[in-house]
Design a protein around this ligand. Structure first.
Ligand code: ADP
Length: 334
């Protein structure tokens, strides 16, 4: 599998708008059945990269390849794109007055009726829309609309599925359901899927491989665990979760020989969940002060002042602001 020709490749693609580099030379390759998440702040180049991947816009340089074949440039084509690459835009265009079934049927209008009817049933099942099939789009939740847009994009079988911010505007239950749907689709169709998001939790939970995009460049790629636990720099650390990035020598005064993740410039990363807070002093604990304590549902987020530094930790119960607290690393492997 490792040596197999990738299903989909971007080879050193670049794109600028005037002096603005949207995508710096960037390469990416995906195998069949793989979900790649692209995480980046607004303006990082995510949408441009997706449009390049969809073969909708010409790169300034570089190439897009599918199954070992280089794709024709969009400018040389009558209709830019590629029949096997489907993109679901953020502002998907569904007909609000028509039902889910009718919207999917529209994408299959040139097909013979028996095939079309069978395919619609398949897509409704794949996208978990059987119960909404006859509902007009205007009555659907955001998640159901997103799943309908995906069903419509997949109406004609796709090898590559590109999703632009698929989780934008979804509440948590819809978010989970959509992620499960995408996983099922990719497993069943063995398509390659790239989704972009600016939201770390979505990227970490859905991607099998993750790339962090900054100013058009991939600053790090790896599994979500690798990127979360071993970020390449403070930017990546902060983008994919709450992070205490501290001077190594400074923290060593308090807790020597800890398995913190080493960062550039003599810094270390301590995730909040790697810190424990105690009301009582004991060996191995240092005294600190609670500055803020914010309820976040499943836990409290606590800002703790240790000498001149402010650290973030989590705690299971509320702590009064201003009180003394005792801080220690959690006993767990790096
Ligand atoms: P993201 O999707 O991560 O927000 P974009 O790909 O939309 O990022 O944009 C990347 C950079 O390219 C931004 O600085 C943006 O202003 C610029 N850009 C994107 N599209 C255009 C365009 N059509 N014309 C000019 N600049 C653009």
């Amino acid at each position: 599998m490792l040596n197999a020709t990738p299903l989909f490749e971007l080879r050193t693609v670049t794109k600028s708008y005037g002096k603005q580099t949207a995508v710096a030379p960037l390469s990416l390759s995906l195998q069949a059945g793989e979900i790649f998440g692209l995480l980046g702040a607004s303006g990082a180049g995510k949408s441009t990269l997706l449009r390049l991947a969809a073969n909708l816009i010409n790169p300034d340089a570089g190439e897009v390849w599918m199954e070992g074949v280089k794709l024709e440039l969009p400018s040389d084509m009558l209709i830019p794109g590629h029949p096997d690459i489907k993109i679901v835009h953020q502002d998907y265009h569904l007909s609000a007055m028509l039902s889910v079934r009718e919207n999917i049927r529209y994408a299959l209008r040139y097909y013979e009726k028996d095939y079309r009817d069978a395919r619609i049933e398949e897509l409704l099942a794949l996208c978990q829309l059987q119960n909404q099939a006859e509902q007009p789009i205007k009555l659907l939740s955001g998640g159901e609309k997103q799943r309908t847009a995906i069903a419509q994009a997949l109406a004609e079988e796709a090898r590559v599925l590109l999703l632009d911010e698929p989780f934008a505007h979804l509440d948590l239950p819809n978010n989970r359901r959509l992620a499960e749907t995408i996983r099922n689709i990719v497993t069943e169709t063995q398509a390659a899927c790239i989704f972009v998001t600016h939201h770390a939790a979505d990227a970490l939970s859905l991607a099998q491989r993750l790339g962090v995009l900054k100013q058009g460049s991939l600053v790090q790629t790896g599994t979500p665990e690798e990127i979360y636990q071993h970020p390449a720099n403070a930017y990546v650390a902060g983008l994919c979760g709450e992070a205490n990035v501290l001077d190594r020598a400074w923290i060593a005064q308090y807790f020597a020989n800890q398995p913190w993740h080493e960062m550039p410039e003599n810094k270390v990363l301590i995730r909040p969940e790697a810190l424990a807070l105690f009301k009582r002093p004991a060996a191995g604990r240092v005294e600190a002060q609670v500055e803020r304590c914010i309820f976040e549902g499943s836990r409290y987020r606590v800002n703790v002042r240790l000498a001149e530094e402010m650290l973030v930790a989590y705690h299971s119960i509320a702590l009064a602001e201003g009180r003394k607290i005792h801080l220690s690393p959690k006993n767990r492997p790096a």
